[in-house]
Design a protein around this ligand. Structure first.
Ligand SMILES: [Fe+2]
Length: 293
């Protein structure tokens, strides 16, 4: 079984929903697909998209992203209730939201969904925050401020604790591919690291100079968690800036579809968007695996 990845399908945009419908009905029937969050805040569209993907893949893995947990239609009292609604939908329809072993013998690999949320700078040291000159610290352009509410504090910790219950019994010695919607490391936010905030480049390329994504990017505790299970390949989404990097023995891949206008501007990569093949039987994962074994 081969494993492909994608994220940030945002099917509320017609070109994105068309892209999903145009995926081959015959090429991937023996394969698995990881969807690292952000399908739609509209439950009907979310369900329909998962159904379309299930028609095409043997297994579909999913974690909710921030957009999936927006409450815009009074369908839930808060985003935690929406999370329960979305995960119940997944359970009822056979979408994989728990660690799952794929393949057998020496070719087996564990695929491990990791729930998470971002930590803002005022909320904890595990924030991925880095000051950006000229930023608006209120982040009022960030829609989550209007569509996401939590009934409790430290929601990232709550999600990571939930993961802990799922991962504590993972057997040692087998390759692990993990995935989350949010980012596990600050380096991944930037094209180059450490970043250079050149006012001229910001003027030319930054579509929203007052917005500082690092405020809402992810958490370093997520990185600790994925390393605690010996993940050698971690898939993530959220930023709509696609990357493929190895940092301290772990390969990190972001390969999202993103918004149509971002594709036009080639912010997510050049050429037509296609799923990314991240694993096939017989292919090596990474050095971390040997450490784990
Ligand atoms: Fe997204």
């Amino acid at each position: 079984m081969r494993i492909y990845s994608t994220s940030d399908l945002h099917v509320d945009f017609e070109p994105n929903s068309r892209w999903v419908r145009n995926l081959s009905l015959s090429d991937f029937t023996d394969d698995a697909l990881i969807v690292a969050g952000d399908i739609s805040d509209n439950l009907q569209q979310l369900e329909q998209t998962l159904f379309e993907l299930q028609k095409r893949f043997s297994l579909v893995f999913f974690v909710p992203g921030n957009h999936d947990l927006w409450v815009r239609r009074k369908e839930c009292p808060n985003s935690l209730a929406k999370f329960e609604l979305v995960t119940n939908l997944c359970r009822q329809t056979g979408i994989e939201i728990k660690p799952q072993r794929i393949g057998s013998g020496s070719e087996a690999v564990w695929v491990v969904p990791l729930l998470s949320w971002y930590v803002q700078p005022r909320e904890g040291k595990d924030s991925l925050f880095l000051h950006k000159p000229g930023e608006d610290p209120t982040n009022r352009m960030w829609s989550d401020q209007y569509f996401v509410t939590w009934p409790q504090k430290n929601i990232n910790r709550w999600f990571l604790d939930r993961n802990e219950q799922e991962i504590r019994n993972l057997p040692a010695g087998q390759p692990v591919i993990s995935f989350s919607h949010f980012l596990p490391r600050q380096e991944l936010i930037f094209h180059k690291y450490p970043p250079v905030f050149d006012p001229e480049l910001i003027k030319k390329y930054d579509r929203n100079p007052a917005f500082n994504f690092s405020r809402v990017a992810g958490s370093t505790l997520l990185d600790e968690q994925l390393r605690s299970i010996g993940s050698s390949l971690h898939i993530y989404g959220h930023q709509h800036r696609n990357r493929d990097r190895i940092i301290e023995g772990v390969r990190y891949i972001s390969h999202g579809l993103g918004y149509p206008n971002e594709r036009e501007q080639e912010l997510t990569g050049s050429g037509p968007y296609a799923l990314k093949l991240i694993f096939e039987p017989g292919s090596e994962l990474h050095e971390n695996q040997r450490k784990r074994a």
